[in-house]
Design a protein around this ligand. Structure first.
Ligand code: ZN
Ligand code: ZN
Ligand code: FE
Length: 764
């Protein structure tokens, strides 16, 4: 008896070698039929003995290619057909769909063993790849994903490569970047004047790195700056040339064993390091780690990654070094990705350039992640993850664009129930980044064929992203920043709400024009009610207070102690000019250049300054991050907050907390204990406020969003205390808790409200 089945596979199944996988299985089980790409997935018709079909079905998802993610498949029996063989059908034009563009993936095991095999024709070939690995997103110029529309178009495949490319049974069947030493891109090592260095480029680069030089390495999404991670003077040189004082550097290690020598490693962390996405993973330093002290000053963690391109593998396998691998840029500029531009911008930083003639079409930084409760917790979402769509359960099918926030910008495009969140763009405060933002939006619109009917932007009237949105000339929707933070967590978990949205961060424009950041909202996608927030306090000097945390310490001390503050004789006063401070405070009281804020991030800054840990920040969040890093994990004590009820809102007063910290300081209590008591107090406050809101509203679901929740102390203890109170707690994972996650929240709110803005039904 012969049976024929029609199967629809959904998920990430296109451009990942899924059709050849099906083809090989069909051949192996001696089945006939065909496979084809189709809208939102892959369609297979398979015919043969029922038992074999059963085995085929099992194997099709169980043995799927590494990059494929089969989310669901539906099957139905249909009448048998005529064909004797199994074939891969070309997809028709109308089937060209968004999921064609997949993410860049790390060199796979098969390619790696060929790379290191002296008998293989691709031995030491730095651009080896196959359908399971290699560049994707960063080389695509336009769709469909075919070689002529990628930056590989300038290379013509040699006969050997072409045979692989045409053979459905081959691992390189339709691998668009397929190449070999005879026909593909080439590596070159040049100096700052573009003068080629004779000899093998990889060996040359290793020699320079070992001698303490800085080498710019062209990677998948841009240039990285590399130096010997054990050589403190090389690391210090890189810091001074890059104008990056303290922000930690990522380190590339040859293998897991080496990582284990320097950092603690759990099983989920190992898996994440070895995943095809290969993010930088933050890992707890070991006490006897011997990396240069300048790698991660003031940190408990190292950011480690494993090699993910053949060039990295060669450098690691032959150099046996630990290398700093940091973005090829100066300070806060975007990463350099085009050869001439890189040479121009990096020539005062790098001594040599390990470049190549395969162009990068779009820049894409390394992703950064941690593991929280055994799962990925992305801190920066870029290479390896983008442009993978996030599945949403929204009925709205029409397309929209969400432009994100100002800092750590990402944008998002949504259509037919999917949201595509862009790679990390950066802070939109220089022209380079703004260009990357605008060009990025155009590029995503093209490669996904999305024409947005509506744009969602932040409520802040002066954000460059808001101004951009207003110029588009399509219907627009403004979304409050902390509402977007809550909606972002909701969207990740497909929650309908209402939730208690705990949105704690540094800054976001409030509905009343103040700077919000310590917010407890009862929210769903349609709107929110601000139920509780940190008490307003002036930020003396406005934005300056972000870089100079002593301004916030001063503001709080003044609020609590008034004129008596100078009698406190605190260590932080040593470097302060009392006269100047008094002028600043009296200006603040008159409301001169001192906007009001309810920011939790600024309260962390104040505490960092109060204990004299950090009086100036040279990267975003530094005072708070260093405060977390010193906290004594064995300390159970905590400071307290006061709550008062005003017009149905809870105002959270940190007054007691500040005075308790001051009295601990006077008792010469250690900064480690003070920091721990502050953190414990903050987590306790989160759980108490949520309990009060639940008493009033009955809402039991809590979302934890905003940059403060990249602080793992606050994240894990808040979650724990909330769960002890019976709350269901939702946290981020696939998008960052910081402003990199705002575009997803905006998109979700936009999808929900689209029918109100544009009219019509949600089905569109
Ligand atoms: Zn491969
Ligand atoms: Zn070739
Ligand atoms: Fe934020």
């Amino acid at each position: 008896m012969i049976k024929r089945m029609r199967i629809h596979y959904k998920g990430a199944v296109q451009g990942v070698g899924f059709r050849p996988h099906i083809y090989r299985l069909a051949k192996a089980f001696d089945l006939s039929g065909w496979v084809s790409n189709a809208a939102a997935g892959v369609i297979v018709e398979i015919q043969g003995e029922p038992e074999r079909i059963k085995q085929f079905l099992k194997a099709s998802s169980e043995q799927a290619p590494v990059l494929a993610r089969v989310r669901s498949f539906s099957e139905s029996e249909i009448p048998p057909g005529e064909e004797k063989d199994f074939s891969i059908r070309e997809s028709s034009k109308s089937d060209a769909v968004s999921t064609q563009v997949s993410a860049d993936a790390a060199t796979c095991k098969d390619c790696l063993s060929e790379l290191l095999d002296p008998k293989d024709r691709r031995h030491r070939y730095p651009f080896i790849n196959c359908t399971n690995c290699g560049p994707r997103f960063t080389i695509i110029e336009r769709i469909p994903y075919d070689r002529p529309f990628t930056t590989m178009k300038t290379f013509t495949m040699c006969p050997d490569c072409q045979i692989e490319y045409d053979d459905p049974a081959n691992r390189r069947f339709h691998a668009q970047p397929n190449a070999c030493p005879a026909c593909g891109p080439e590596l070159k090592l040049i100096d700052r004047e573009s003068k080629p260095i004779p000899g093998d480029p990889v060996s040359g680069a290793i020699k320079f790195l070992a001698a303490g030089k800085i080498v710019a390495v062209k990677s998948l999404g841009g240039f990285q700056l590399a130096c010997d991670a054990l050589n403190q003077s090389a690391v210090a040189l890189l810091r001074s040339r890059k104008i990056r004082e303290d922000k930690p550097f990522a380190v590339m290690a040859p293998d897991i064993e080496t990582v284990k020598k320097h950092a603690q490693l759990s099983e989920p962390e190992r898996e994440l390091l070895e995943s095809p996405e290969r993010p930088v993973v933050l890992l707890r330093k070991k006490g006897d780690a011997r990396l240069a002290p300048g790698i991660a000053p003031g940190q408990k963690n190292y950011g480690f990654m494993l090699p993910y391109t053949p060039v990295h593998h060669l450098l690691m396998a032959e150099g046996k070094m630990l290398l700093v691998m940091t973005s090829g840029n100066l300070s806060d500029e975007p990463i350099a990705f085009q050869d001439r531009e890189a040479l121009e911008r990096l020539k005062n930083i790098a001594d040599y350039f390990l470049a190549n003639n395969r162009a990068i079409h779009i820049r894409c930084d390394d992703s950064v992640a941690r593991v929280f409760e055994g799962k990925i917790y992305l801190l920066r979402r870029a290479r390896g993850y983008v442009p993978r769509p996030l599945e949403m359960h929204f009925p709205e099918k029409r397309a929209l664009l969400a432009v994100g926030a100002h800092l750590k910008n990402t944008f998002a495009l949504a259509q037919t129930g999917q949201v595509i969140v862009s790679h990390h763009i950066g802070d939109l405060d220089n022209l380079e980044t703004l260009n990357a933002f605008e060009q990025g939006i155009e590029h995503y619109k093209n490669i996904f064929e999305i024409v947005p009917e509506m744009v969602v932007h932040d409520l802040h009237p002066d954000y460059l992203s808001t101004i951009y949105a207003q110029k588009l000339g399509i219907p627009k929707l403004a979304v409050q920043h902390h509402h977007a933070h809550a909606a972002s967590v909701m969207a990740e978990h497909n929650l309908a709400g209402p939730v208690i949205g705990v949105s704690l961060d540094g800054t976001g424009y409030g509905s009343d024009g103040a700077i919000w950041g310590g917010e407890f909202l009862v929210a769903d996608y349609s709107g929110f009610e601000r139920k509780a927030h940190l008490e307003y306090i002036p930020m003396p000097g406005g934005e300056k207070a972000v870089k100079e945390p002593w301004r916030m310490a001063l503001s709080w001390l003044d609020k609590i102690f008034g004129e008596d503050l100078w009698k406190l004789d605190l260590p932080l006063f040593e470097k302060m000019d009392r006269q100047q401070c008094e002028t600043l405070l009296s200006a603040a009281k008159k409301g001169i250049n001192a906007p009001l804020t309810s920011s939790m991030g600024r309260l962390f800054d104040a505490m960092s300054s109060l204990i004299n840990l950090r009086q100036s920040a040279n990267y975003e969040g530094q005072p708070a991050i260093e405060l977390e890093m010193i906290a004594d994990e064995s300390e159970p004590g905590r400071y307290s907050f006061n709550y008062r009820q005003v017009d149905g809102k809870i105002i959270i007063e940190p007054g007691p907390l500040v005075s308790e910290a001051v009295s601990d300081l006077k008792k010469r209590e250690s900064p480690e204990k003070i920091s721990a008591r502050f953190h414990n107090g903050a987590a306790q406050m989160v759980s108490e406020i949520c309990a009060r809101i639940k008493d009033e509203t009955g809402v039991n679901d809590v979302t934890l969003g905003g940059g403060v929740f990249q602080n793992f102390w606050v994240l894990s203890r808040s979650k724990q205390l909330l769960e002890e109170k019976g709350f269901k707690v939702y946290v981020h994972g696939q998008v960052p808790a910081n402003d990199g996650g705002i575009s997803l929240g905006q998109a979700a709110i936009g999808l929900w409200r689209m029918k109100d803005v544009l009219g019509g039904s949600a089905q569109g």
